[in-house]
Write a protein that binds this ligand. Structure first.
Ligand SMILES: [Mn+2]
Length: 309
C-alpha cells in the first residue's frame, strides 16, 4: 500500500467542521424556524440587545453538530432562517405587530425560536402563538418578574404585566429562577394575586433546575394546548453570563440552563421559545456568544429527541 494521506470521501475536517450554522438556510420544509427580533429600544438599562441575533448566528459556526455525551448528531436537522424582523429602530409598542406576525407565520412548524432583542419580544411572541391567549401557557426563566407597571409605556421590564392586562390567565404562567434583592414586594404581590407560580433561584438549587422546569412544564401542559418559553439569559449567574445587563451573582449555573433548554425543547407542547437580554456590547471573551450558541444547539438536540404524541 502506498503511503500518504487517506482517501477523503467526506469533507475534510482539517480546517473546518460541519457546524450548527450550516443547518440554517431556506428550506421551507424545515421543522424549526429561526426568527431574529433585534429589539433594543426602551431597555431599563440602555444597551445593544439588537446586536444579539447577528452575533448568535456567527457564533453557531463554532458549534459542532455532534454531542459526544449523548451521541446526538444534528447533521440532518434543518432550520428555516426567516431573517431579522425590521424592529431595530422601533419601540416595543411599534414592534408588537411585526413580531407577532412573524411568529404567527411560522407556528405551524414544530418549534419556532425567536432570538431577541430585549425582553419586550416576549409579549408579541406569545400573541403570535395564540392570539386568543386562552389556550397558551407561558414559562419564564428569568431573574426578574417583568411585572413592572405599564402606565409609563412598554419596556423590557413589563412584558408579563402587559400580558396579564391583555388577558393571559395568571395560572397559565410559571416564573422560574427569581433572585432576591432584584425584584420588588409589589411585583411579588402582583404575581401572587394573579396566581402565577413562582420558583426562586434557591428553590431551583435545592430541587434541581431541570427538575423544577420539568414539573412546571407538566403543570402547564395540563392546563394549556401550547407552551411558550421565554429564556431571559439574565437568569444565569453573572460570572457565567456577563453579557446580560440584569444578570447577578447568585443566579442559575450555566450547565443547568443548558440542561433545561434540552428538556424544554423535547416537550411536545412547547411550540415557541425566545431568547432575551443578550447584549453583545457587554460580552467578555465571547462568553455570551458561546453561551447563546450552545443554548441553540441544546434546543435542536432536545427537539430531535421529541416524541411525537
Ligand atoms: Mn426579563
Amino acid at each position: 500500500m502506498p503511503e500518504g494521506p487517506a482517501m477523503m470521501t467526506e469533507m475534510s475536517e482539517n480546517k473546518r467542521w460541519h457546524s450548527v450554522r450550516d443547518l440554517l438556510g431556506t428550506n421551507d420544509e424545515a421543522a424549526v424556524a429561526f426568527i431574529g427580533a433585534p429589539l433594543g429600544l426602551e431597555s431599563i438599562t440602555p444597551g445593544r440587545c439588537d446586536l444579539a441575533p447577528g452575533v448568535l448566528r456567527d457564533a453557531l459556526r463554532r458549534m459542532s453538530v455532534y454531542d459526544l455525551e449523548t451521541g446526538t448528531d444534528l447533521k440532518d436537522v434543518s432550520v428555516f432562517d426567516v431573517g431579522d424582523v425590521a424592529v431595530n429602530e422601533r419601540t416595543p409598542a411599534e414592534a408588537f405587530a411585526p413580531i407577532r406576525a412573524a411568529v404567527a407565520e411560522q407556528v405551524a412548524r414544530g418549534l419556532t425560536v425567536v432570538v431577541g432583542g430585549n425582553n419586550a419580544v416576549t409579549r408579541p411572541g406569545v400573541h403570535g402563538l395564540d392570539a386568543s391567549l386562552a389556550h397558551v401557557g407561558l414559562m419564564t426563566l428569568d431573574a426578574h418578574f417583568d411585572l413592572r407597571d405599564t402606565d409609563g409605556g412598554l419596556n423590557n421590564g413589563n412584558p408579563i404585566a402587559a400580558l396579564l392586562e391583555d388577558g393571559l390567565p395568571g395560572r397559565h404562567i410559571s416564573q422560574i429562577g427569581l433572585l432576591p434583592f432584584a425584584n420588588t414586594a409589589r411585583a411579588h404581590d402582583k404575581a401572587k394575586r394573579a396566581g402565577i407560580t413562582v420558583r426562586t433561584a434557591d428553590d431551583c438549587r435545592r430541587q434541581g433546575f431541570a427538575t423544577v422546569v420539568a414539573a412546571e412544564l407538566n403543570r402547564l401542559a395540563g392546563l394549556c394546548d401550547t407552551i411558550y418559553v421565554d429564556f431571559d439569559i439574565d437568569v444565569i449567574d453573572r460570572a457565567q453570563m456577563p453579557a446580560a445587563p440584569g444578570a447577578r451573582p447568585g443566579g442559575i449555573a450555566v450547565s443547568d440552563f443548558f440542561a433545561a433548554a434540552r428538556v424544554i425543547a423535547a416537550h411536545p407542547k412547547v411550540r415557541v421559545v425566545d431568547l432575551a437580554e443578550f447584549d453583545p456590547s457587554l460580552d467578555v471573551a465571547a462568553i455570551g456568544a458561546l453561551t447563546t450558541a450552545r443554548w441553540f444547539a441544546e434546543l435542536l438536540a432536545g427537539f430531535s429527541a421529541r416524541k411525537v404524541p
